[in-house]
Ligand binder design. Sequence first.
Ligand code: ATP
Ligand code: MG
Length: 419
Amino acid sequence: MSNNLQSVRGMNDMLPQDADTWRFFEDTVRGWLAAYGYREIRTPILEHTGLFKRAIGEVTDIVEKEMYTFVDELNGESLTLRPEGTASCVRAVIQNNLLYDGGKRLWYMGPMFRHERPQKGRYRQFHQVGVEALGFAGPDIDAEHILMSADLWKRLGISPMLELNTLGDAEARRRHRERLIKHFEANAELLDEDARRRLHSNPLRILDTKNPAMQELVEAAPKLMDDLDGESLAHFEAVQKILHELGIEFRINTRLVRGLDYYNRTVFEWVTDKLGAQGTVCAGGRFDGLVEQLGGKPAPACGFAMGIERLLTMLEIEGVNGGNHAPDVYLVHAGEAAASWAWQVARSLREQGIDVAMHAGGGSFKSQMKKADGSGARYAVVIGDNEAADKRLVLKPLREASEQATLSIDEAADILRNK
Ligand code: ATP
Ligand code: MG
């Protein structure tokens, strides 16, 4: 296949052999979100570029170099494939006035697009589940989000570790920013190109660097924690108190700043050492200024997003079995009369709730039985001209050593339903 007919680099197909795990994940997630009273929201995959610039911040990795942005030739508008879900979600909430009667608990799931260097755990189209609580100011909702995510790991059978930090309020970040600039200016020769560019526009982002050569400098930088305002400190302590009461373990990581501009106060990440360099599976925190920044009436907010591909890899490593969603029955038939009867058998079984893959394309009984085995179905229903004449069928277990039996449709349906 020529290169330009293949999928775009970093954008992957989800193949049937992985579908059971995806489905297990999605079903688990839907049940989990319902258990906490969150409602789904779906927004378009394309938005005006300005939305992401405003929400995420001009001087961030995402806006500077990761967005798929293009001009709509029909009207000259600049559009962007969404790189994350919070900006769109907040936009939709403001545009549709969803906060008119108080706070809202929302979630979304779907593809996100970032022009990054593809590698394990890092793709150009990837998928996130995101959770947002808009209109809630108290530490209880921060704790709810952390509790929820901890509960999801339990439901999925994985165990990442929690890291927690607080970014304080705008004033504390301004004080911290000045101390940071001083610290980095004093060590200007150690800064890489990104860091030099961000030194005055967004020095906080330098702390988020992945450049190993800068880790020591970043370690030695002044900590925001030491500049924290009283209210943010009280908020942070209240969150920690709830986590202690709930028995949720965490580590405070004062270097945790998150790659987007809109965060304040609580930030957290769930990390694992099982995925190599791409170890963050879930990240979030509070963003009290974002609703107002995007043109809404001021409303506090908190949320988090998780990377589905990374979580699925963790499930695989932990040997979590996504279950089997193969059909119940593979229907084997040979002969003309058998085929007409087979159509009716398949329809009737499906009406009774049995999933049936009906053999297509002819062939001998023997070759069809091979297909039946490969289909993953637990039973074959076999129909020849004799069965067609008697209006019956042969039910043959494929995964256990019990005997086959000649039955009516209803008898077969009874057995299949009870298995
Ligand atoms: P990273 O530091 O790994 O680049 P990030 O801070 O850019 O992550 P967020 O914007 O917080 O990531 O997105 C939340 C989650 O989405 C991440 O923790 C990760 O699990 C997942 N994620 C982010 N970017 C990618 C990507 N390019 N491919 C796959 N998953 C991703
Ligand atoms: Mg990133």
